[in-house]
Design a protein around this ligand. Structure first.
Ligand SMILES: *Cc1c(COP(=O)(O)O)cnc(C)c1O
Length: 420
């Protein structure tokens, strides 16, 4: 490993520690590789079954009728995500947009939506109508919202969930922790929550925000009974190749409804040209299991290294993972800024830039972010961010390759300790 000091100035102490940590991570990495191999087989076999050829990689323009590549990509994604059907489009501008289309696609005036795993991801607050006014939220359309908070340990409160979902049209579950401190939900745990809901309310649509979770495990929440799962293509499912987009996958009848909301009632999924996006979405899906594995390894290694350096990481390096995120409590604003500066210096794009904290709209404290990505805002690429408040925790995610992810983590550690 010391060879890399030919290219990067990293202290011998960090390099030595890193070598020991990598050794410690090896058995955990084997598990990650095994999951990736399984998911690669799942994806590859689907390409063959659907007879993907060069014709699928080209696109259409205008109305986009009979877009073979687009329509077949839906089927391949459905297989990859353990779902009956999928709607995969570059037209989704973000994960939030795909989540919005899915919620508006299936909810109607008078319905109740219950978030059963605590507060949803920040951007959904305005979609639901918890925050903001006159933005066309679900609330403005007469859709009620209820929330079941997690237990003090950060786990789903099953008795309270059973009580709350009885007449609910939709139950919302969030797999990843987002920027919260609770643990992420494994697919197994999601299955337990779904079974509890089905017991008391079999008709309730079970909706999973699957962002950051795709391909981290062998199964997606659809395999344990979720009716709809939703995610972004500039996170795991796009493999670092898709240039934009998102997906909605699950029950065929519900995916159809989402298609009507994405375009227009009556037109649904039959229109929407793929332009020149098909090839990158196919290639991205092909890469997604192995790229996700690289991000998971980067997260595991960061947990191991920073715990050794005396910080508190979650999850721990050998704990089960349900998403690609690791958070590390860095203790001081200086450490948080130095960490982000280190990640930035190890990015392929904008490595020469030093990130500074700034007052981001909607946040109470200044936030610092490090990202230097080929796709703007892509967090399957190595990135780090955190608010400047106790315990000065950083959220780290991504890493297109394990080798470059590791380098980013080493540079972050080196940046904290270089003046100490
Ligand atoms: C990233 C993310 C979203 C959507 O975020 P976008 O930035 O709109 O893509 C939603 N939920 C969770 C849990 C996420 O991690």
């Amino acid at each position: 490993m010391n060879d890399i000091s030919k290219f990067f100035d990293i202290s011998p102490r960090i390099l030595e520690l890193a070598e020991r940590c990598e050794e410690k991570c090896r058995p955990v990495f084997e598990r990650v590789d095994e999951i990736a191999a399984y998911n690669e087989a799942k994806v590859l076999s689907s390409f063959g079954r659907h007879r993907i050829s060069a014709a699928h990689l080209t696109g259409t323009t205008g109305y986009g009728y009979d877009d073979l590549g687009r329509d077949t990509l839906d089927k391949v994604f459905a297989d990859a995500l353990d779902a009956e059907d999928a709607l995969v489009r570059h037209n989704f501008v973000s994960g939030t947009h795909a989540l919005t289309v899915a919620l508006f696609g299936v909810l109607r005036t008078g319905d109740t939506m219950v978030a059963v795993t605590g507060a949803p991801y920040d951007t959904l607050e305005e979609v639901i109508g918890i925050r903001g006014e006159k933005t066309g939220s679900l609330k403005e359309f007469g859709i009620d919202y209820k929330q079941v908070d997690l237990t003090p340990e950060g786990t789903p409160d099953i008795p309270a969930i059973k009580e709350a979902v009885k007449s609910a049209k939709l139950a919302h579950i969030q797999r990843s922790r987002g920027y919260a401190t609770r643990p992420s939900l494994t697919v197994e745990k999601i299955g337990e929550v779904i079974a509890a809901i089905r017991e008391v309310s079999p008709e309730t649509i079970i909706f999973v925000d699957n962002c950051y979770g795709e391909f981290v495990e062998k199964q997606e929440p659809t395999a344990v009974g979720a009716d709809l799962i939703v995610g972004s293509l500039i996170k795991n499912a796009g493999g670092g190749i898709a240039q934009t987009g998102g997906y909605i996958a699950g029950r065929h009848d519900l995916v159809e409804l989402c298609g009507y909301r994405l375009t227009s009632p009556g037109i649904g999924r039959e229109a929407g040209p793929s332009l020149d996006q098909n090839r990158s979405m196919y290639l991205g899906l092909f890469f997604a299991p192995s790229v996700t594995a690289s991000a998971v390894k980067t997260a595991i290694f960061a947990s191991a290294l920073f715990d050794e350096l005396g910080f508190d990481s979650t999850p721990k390096f050998d704990a089960p993972r349900a998403d690609i995120i690791t958070s590390i409590a860095l203790g001081t604003p200086e450490n948080l800024c130095a960490f982000c500066a280190g990640i930035q210096s190890g990015s392929p794009i904008d490595a020469f830039v030093t990130p500074e904290p700034w007052a981001m709209p909607g946040y109470g404290d200044p936030v610092i972010m490090a990202a230097g990505a080929f796709t703007m805002g892509a967090s399957i690429e190595l990135s780090a961010d955190g608010p400047l408040r106790e315990p000065y925790a950083v959220w780290l995610q991504g890493g297109l390759t394990w080798g470059t992810g590791k380098l980013g983590v080493l540079l972050a550690a080196n940046s904290i300790f270089k003046d100490k």
